[in-house]
Every structure is written in C-alpha cells, then in structure tokens.
Write a protein that binds this ligand. Structure first.
Ligand SMILES: Cc1cc2nc3c(=O)[nH]c(=O)nc-3n(C[C@H](O)[C@H](O)[C@H](O)COP(=O)(O)OP(=O)(O)OC[C@H]3O[C@@H](n4cnc5c(N)ncnc54)[C@H](O)[C@@H]3O)c2cc1C
Length: 355
C-alpha cells in the first residue's frame, strides 16, 4: 500500500483549508499528501459567515459583505455598524471548487475514500473527523436555513439581521438570522441553542415558513437552497497523539458561545503551514484559555437562564459593537473584555461561576 508524508482525514472546511494553505505556500512540492474524504462529490452544503478580523485565502468565495447589522428583541431593534470588521459570507460551493481546482494541479496530492486504502504508519496525520459521544447533557447550536428568491425587490441588502429573538422561545434560546444577498435574495435561518435531543424544536420548515409569512410579511418567493446543521458547543473528545494533530471542529476551533469556527480554522492552517518543517514538535494551537473560561460561564448562564439570553445578547452589543465583535472573534484585549463583562447582569454571571 502506498505511503504519504502527510494524511488529512476529512476533506471538509478544515482539511481543504489546510491542504490549500500548504499548496499555495509550496510546502507540497517535495512532499506527498493523501486526503481521505468519503463524499462522492463536492456540492454547496454550508454558508460560512464571520466578522473579517483577519485576512484569509477565500476573499473570492465571499458571496456578500455587510457593514451594518441589527439585533431584535420583542419591541426593540438595535442598529449597529461593523465598518472595521465587515461581516462576510463564504459560499462553500465556490470554496470547494477553488481549492479542488488548485489541488488537482499537484500530482503529489491524492484523494481517497477510505483510510484503509493507504499505509499510515510513517505519515503525519491531520484529523478533522470529530469524536463525539451522544452526550445529551451538552449544548448544540442547531439550525436550518433556506435561501429564497422573490420577484420584486424586498430586502435591504445593506444590513443583515444577526439575531431576531422576537419569536417563539419554547423555554429555550431561539432566534432567526437573515442574510440579504441582494434586494430579492436572502438566506433565512432558524437557530436554536439547546440540547439536541429535543425534537420539539425541529419543525424547522414550519418555523421558517411562518416567520417569512407573518414576521417579514412576504408572500411570494421560491426556495433556491437549503442547509441544515448542528454545531457542538463543547469540545469533541479527540486527543492529540504522536504524529497527529486534530484540526477544525475536532481540533477545538469552535467558539463555544457562538459556534464561529471558520476563521479559527484559517488561522490554525496558517500556524501549521508556518511550522510544517518542525511539525512533530510544535505547541498545540488553541483558542486562548480566557475565551474558553468565559464561554464556559456563558453556557452555564444559558443553561440556567434561557429566558434572559435574548436581553443579554441585546445589551452586550449595545456596549460597543466593535469590542463585542473582537471578543467573539478572539481578538479582544483586557480592557475590551472588561467593557463587555461590565454590561452583563452581574448577579446572574457570578452565580454561574459557582454552579
Ligand atoms: C450547516 C453549517 C453551517 C455553519 N456555518 C458556520 C458559519 O456561518 N460560521 C462559522 O464560523 N462556522 C460555521 N459552521 C461551523 C464550522 O465552521 C463548520 O462545521 C465547518 O465545516 C467545520 O469544518 P471541519 O473541517 O471541522 O468539518 P467539516 O467541514 O464537516 O469536514 C469534515 C469532513 O470529514 C468528512 N468525514 C466524515 N467522516 C469521515 C471519515 N470517517 N473519514 C474521513 N472523512 C470523513 C466529511 O465528509 C467532511 O467533509 C457551520 C456548520 C454547519 C454544519
């Protein structure tokens, strides 16, 4: 069986981002790489959105960028700016196409469907397949979104809606998220933060249909795309072993308070590429411990006080959108953290420290 210098298990967001980063920096000229990916073909299956706090390799896959956003709770709307860190949406279809076209140019990179097809014993492995026990005590962000198109101009495409909490909460945390790509096209997503075993929240199609009809007051449209998913708001059980690094969700690249992962994956890929010559000896790349600590408290507050979360998010952004964006993107300094912490309901958060 054939041997490779590097193996990437899982050719999804993290696996392909890493392969691309290595390839464009010419790290695979004299090295061989096997990518293990079971899917039959690459088609658009996700929309990755994030505040652009750092440069990345996929500017040409950005479907749309916004500099304004809003948050709603019943009876109140907050209009906010993100001029310094525009919010971007990457189309996974364009991302897969761009990367696969580039990787196909290099004969040293080979795709396989199954790890059994190659000899792994002398390779360095990057694994992006998360090991997740069906642990019903943990929180997930689960959601479903549809992209719709209407005949007439309907949306204001200069501003996206990050969270609209003015909807049925069912003793949980629920909001709608709307990304208007143009005046007649938008992605509308219903999102829940809850324990995934709760099937009572998964009537997604109805939730979205009613939101569009009664909240947006839009009657005629067609659905052009649908995506559904669940992001674990806990770290998977994958361990780093000798000659193996976990990447992506499996590598702890998700912010537990928000599910944002895409830009962390890009920064991790860069870190690996910069250190690839000494890969067996590098320090593990992690989201800073302060965010892990604060996210943990945030999730405890969420568990005990789901009914308070909408006003907590609303107040948090009111402080300073710029600071909050930096905080949620792991780029805030101590004073910026403090400005956010001081806006939180103190008693609720202090109590959560001792649960
Ligand atoms: C629908 C959806 C929307 C999201 N939106 C956002 C967003 O807007 N912003 C954001 O920051 N994050 C978002 N995320 C979170 C995160 O960015 C994505 O989940 C991202 O795809 C994680 O990358 P990954 O490589 O870890 O996992 P994946 O992209 O899921 O890649 C894992 C790959 O492993 C393959 N695989 C599975 N089993 C095996 C096996 N046994 N052997 C080999 N390969 C295997 C899969 O086919 C897949 O291609 C979203 C997640 C989902 C599900």
């Amino acid at each position: 069986m054939k041997e490779f210098d590097y193996i990437i298990i899982g050719g999804g967001c993290a696996g392909l981002s890493l392969a691309y980063e290595l390839e464009i920096h010419k790290k695979l000229r004299d090295k061989t790489l096997a990518i293990i990916e079971p899917r039959e073909e690459y088609t658009r299956d996700k929309t990755w959105s994030f505040w652009k706090v750092t440069d990345h390799n996929f500017e040409d896959c950005v479907k749309k960028s916004w500099k304004n956003f809003s948050i709603n709770i019943p009876g109140k709307t907050n209009y906010l700016e993100c001029n310094n860190y525009p919010y971007q949406s990457v189309d996974s279809g364009l991302f897969y196409k761009k990367i696969n076209t580039k990787l196909n140019e290099n004969k040293n990179i080979v795709f396989f469907k199954n790890l059994n097809e190659i000899d792994t014993k002398n390779s360095f492995i990057f694994n992006s397949v998360p090991s997740i026990k069906k642990d019903y005590q943990k929180f997930w962000q689960h959601f479903c979104g549809i992209e719709i198109e209407c005949q007439n101009n309907f949306f204001d495409d200069e501003i996206f809606n990050l969270m609209d909490f003015d909807c049925d909460q069912r003793d949980s945390v629920h909001f709608f998220y709307t990304l208007p790509y143009s005046k007649n096209k938008a992605l509308i997503e219903t999102t829940w933060l809850s324990k995934l075993n709760d099937n009572s929240q998964k009537d997604y199609d109805n939730q979205i249909k009613n939101y569009i009809k009664y909240k947006l007051n839009l009657k005629n449209y067609k659905i052009t795309y649908k995506e559904e998913g669940a992001i674990p708001l806990f770290f998977p059980l994958n361990k780093n072993e000798k000659n193996k690094i976990n990447i992506g969700t499996a590598g702890g690249m998700t912010r537990l308070s928000t599910g944002y992962t895409f830009l962390n994956i890009q920064e991790h890929s860069k870190y690996i590429r910069e250190n690839i010559e000494n890969i067996s000896n590098i320090k593990k790349y992690k989201i800073s411990g302060k965010y892990q600590f604060l996210d943990e408290i945030f999730l405890r507050v969420l568990e005990k006080n789901p009914e308070k979360m909408s006003s907590i998010f609303f107040k948090m952004f009111k402080a300073s959108p710029k600071n909050v964006i930096k905080f949620l993107s792991n780029k805030s300094n101590f004073l910026e953290d403090l400005s956010i912490i001081l806006k939180m309901p103190k008693f609720t958060f202090i109590k959560a420290l001792f649960y």
